[in-house]
Design a protein around this ligand. Sequence first.
Ligand SMILES: Cc1cc2nc3c(=O)[nH]c(=O)nc-3n(C[C@H](O)[C@H](O)[C@H](O)COP(=O)(O)OP(=O)(O)OC[C@H]3O[C@@H](n4cnc5c(N)ncnc54)[C@H](O)[C@@H]3O)c2cc1C
Length: 333
Amino acid sequence: MIDFALSRASSPAEASEQAAKSKTAQQGAQVRYVAGGTTLIDLMKLDVETPVRVVDINRLELARTERQPDGSLRIGAMVRNADLAHDPNVVRDYPVLSQGLLSGATGQLRNMATTGGNLLQRTRCSYFRDLAYAECNKRTPGSGCSAIGGHNRTHAILGTSEHCIATHPSDMAVAMMALEARIHILNGQSEREVPIGEFYLLPGNTPNLENVLKPGDLITYVTLPPPVAGARSHYLKLRDRASYEFALASAAVVIHVDGERIRKARIAFGGVGTRPWRSPEAEHALEGKAADEATFRAAADAALRNAKPQRDNAFKVELAKRCLIRALTTVTT
Ligand SMILES: Cc1cc2nc3c(=O)[nH]c(=O)nc-3n(C[C@H](O)[C@H](O)[C@H](O)COP(=O)(O)OP(=O)(O)OC[C@H]3O[C@@H](n4cnc5c(N)ncnc54)[C@H](O)[C@@H]3O)c2cc1C
């Protein structure tokens, strides 16, 4: 672990000002915020992240969840994953989010992990996390990708490129993708709002660029749209062991069935994509159709049609399909 300076921000604007001194907010950032520290500190110990300054944002007043007059729910970036999972509004109106959060990590980690930090957690690709492997385009642009042709059982099958096949590991972000969350960002004195569907970048030729954040950007809060009356939601995560494990495949489902027909569906996958994976193909295959097994199977086939499995992870194609079918069956019966 390299030496670094630690400072504490007393306001969001001050935090942003300190981070604006970094040349990038992506891999190689010279300034990083620390929230719960459960991703950042690990990666600093591994020398994958080497900031010269770490800005502690734990004292910022961003740890509240508030219902807004329009019925949306505003979640502060510093709300801990455990608190969010048990928030009465979330449990009642957005069960997919509560279930997604509770399926992640462990109780101790969820007590530390924050909403902003969870959105920005880095991949668990072992080649990215281990400096013994020189080839990693995400860590060192242009160096190659050891995972392609390496051990890639847990890697992505959707959204990959010839430069990177690293899986996005978050459960929370997958649920937020299906809920069509919006991410609020402060930079100095200016604020902007990004739909979560536009927040994450595909790896393409530049896997080191993971999202739209620029130097000085601070996530201040996330909003969830008002719950749709009659809609139901569910998160199903499949993994090698029942807890303390990342998803091999997961499905977040928000669905509104009107009589026999599906009026609206929002579908996202975890464990299979290079970013939390929204599937408009599945949504299209569901909307207007009967809520039955044939429809669910057609949606699953549509969602995985463009999957590009690697040597060790072809099993994920069928696993992700079954995951979606089971999640849809659970939520509609
Ligand atoms: C053993 C283990 C198992 C895990 N299992 C799972 C799992 O099954 N599912 C899952 O989803 N996750 C899992 N995680 C990941 C965990 O959920 C994340 O580490 C956690 O959510 C990150 O939040 P944090 O507040 O600790 O982030 P930090 O480590 O503090 O920060 C992470 C990154 O986000 C940036 N950041 C933080 N807050 C902001 C902000 N407000 N604005 C801008 N940038 C910000 C930081 O600069 C840093 O780059 C696991 C982690 C561990 C260590």
